[in-house]
Design a protein around this ligand. Structure first.
Ligand SMILES: *[C@@H]1O[C@H](CO)[C@@H](O)[C@H](O)[C@H]1NC(C)=O
Ligand SMILES: *[C@@H]1O[C@H](CO)[C@@H](O)[C@H](O)[C@H]1NC(C)=O
Length: 430
């Protein structure tokens, strides 16, 4: 692990973070599901009474070398700018915070400064919603602050306190709204490498009650629908609400609620195909996680994937090489300049969901990168090496140039190939 360099470290950090954050909000799973069921029955159909509008945010960042996609938002009184890593793998949005800061890493903006009346009390229902299921968190005095704790799998811990403050948004319909939303004020980041951070925090886009979009839905501002479009050229866009969901062309599949994918966005079990041949690997538990830069396969899927690729590369002018960037790389006769130079040597990876009704085609461009050394490396990694066990994570690299929609109202996930460089005209963060 120590040899894999910065990108790898950052990447792993986010994967771990994501996994842990989910377990934290696990307690609200059942309640939340019930809530969604109720919602479905009460939402008026068609546009007679459209609930809410949408907000669109330009994305920044890329898979490599930055390692994540993020949005610029303004938060607080008065609003100040922050960069937040977009993370469909966790619920809680948090910013580095001067509460005071016990342990904050260097970030693009000064830490958020809460004022006394922005502190959320532990008696607030949202406070119990973010506590882990197995925690014995007790609210002794209802006026006490609401503490949260994020434990990283590499033993690092992030501590914070919930705050409620304004989160101004410019909506698609032309209105500007200034809801007071609950988010985390993270004052103690005990991460393994405190020098790296190009963001000020995380934008939690999971389906739990504490997520920003879930809160916007309660205020009737947007539907609980999230879409992201991450461009392979970097940047792209993110939206809340359903105004920009295409009426055709999207492959939809029901969100699955298996025990192992629990709080994550999962399109259900998948069959793995490389090129035109099935690898024979079926029943893969898969989640879509924008908080992970790369894709991770479990032991069996990774083994099948690697052998298919190696077979495919027989007689092709690529030689295995060590590159500090990622674990599996090849070099050519000359350094590669772009994926155009190498993609002909590889085949698409296909994940079939819901029988074969929903197919996710991952072209070579969405599972490989060209490093700064001109080598080509696989961006699908061995999940058991980072302790993932059975979960397969579809990360940013494989979600590039797709519009991916998480519809928490209808409990379905959809995707459609798209040029993500063009930002739809409409509302956004201020
Ligand atoms: C836009 O949508 C918001 C949220 O639903 C609503 O409060 C506002 O009145 C709408 N504005 C217009 C101009 O329709
Ligand atoms: C994946 O990682 C595990 C655990 O480190 C290892 O046992 C396995 O051989 C690796 N698989 C491949 C194909 O490299």
């Amino acid at each position: 692990m120590e040899k894999k360099g910065k990108v790898m470290m950052v990447m792993m950090m986010w994967v771990l973070l994501v996994l842990v954050l989910i377990s934290i909000s696990g307690s609200s799973a059942a309640a939340n599901q019930q809530q969604h069921k109720d919602k479905k029955q009460t939402i008026p159909s068609l546009s007679l009474h459209r609930i809410g509008s949408s907000a669109v945010f330009p994305l920044r960042g890329n898979v490599y070398p930055e390692g994540y996609y993020y949005v610029a938002v303004s938060v607080g009184t008065p609003p100040k700018p922050y960069f937040l890593d977009i993370d469909t793998g966790s619920d809680l949005t948090w910013l580095q915070c001067d509460a005071p800061c016990v342990n904050c890493h260097k970030a693009p903006h000064p830490p958020f400064r809460p004022n006394k009346n922005s502190i959320v009390a532990c008696s607030d229902p949202i406070c119990s919603a973010i506590q882990p299921q197995d925690s014995n968190y007790r609210c002794e005095d209802p006026r006490e602050q609401c503490d949260y704790e994020v434990a990283y799998a590499d033993q690092a811990v992030s501590l914070g306190v919930l705050v409620r403050d304004v989160f101004p948004l410019r909506l698609n319909n032309g209105s500007i709204v200034v809801p007071r939303l609950v988010f985390g004020c993270g004052y103690d980041q005990q991460v393994s490498d405190p020098t790296i951070s190009n963001t000020d925090g995380v934008l939690g886009l999971g389906n739990g009650e504490s997520s920003i979009v879930s809160q916007l839905r309660k205020f009737g501002i947007t539907q609980n629908v999230i879409g992201h479009c991450m461009s392979a050229h970097g940047g792209g866009f993110l939206f809340f609400g359903d105004d920009l969901v295409p009426s055709s062309g999207v492959v939809w599949t029901p969100m699955s609620r298996s025990r192992s994918s629990d709080k994550h966005y999962s399109p259900g079990p998948a069959e793995l195909v490389y090129g035109t041949k099935s690898t024979g690997v079926k029943g893969l538990i898969t989640i879509f996680d924008s908080g992970s830069s790369y894709t991770y396969f479990n032991l069996q899927a990774y083994q099948a994937f690697i052998s298919s690729i190696r077979k495919d590369l027989n007689g092709k002018p690529l030689k295995a090489v060590d590159d500090e960037t990622l674990p599996v790389c090849w070099k050519g006769k000359k350094p590669f300049k772009s994926l155009q130079d190498v993609k002909k040597y590889f085949s698409p990876v296909i994940l079939n969901f819901n029988g074969k009704k929903a197919k996710l085609v991952i072209p070579p461009e969405a599972y490989m990168i060209i490093t700064s050394h001109g080598n080509v490396c696989l961006g699908i990694l061995n999940g058991s090496e980072v302790g993932l066990e059975d979960l397969n994570i579809i990360g940013d690299i494989s979600l590039q140039d797709l519009l991916v929609i998480y519809d928490n109202e209808k409990q379905q996930i959809g995707w459609v190939p798209k040029d993500c460089t063009r930002l739809p005209k409409s509302g956004s963060a201020l």
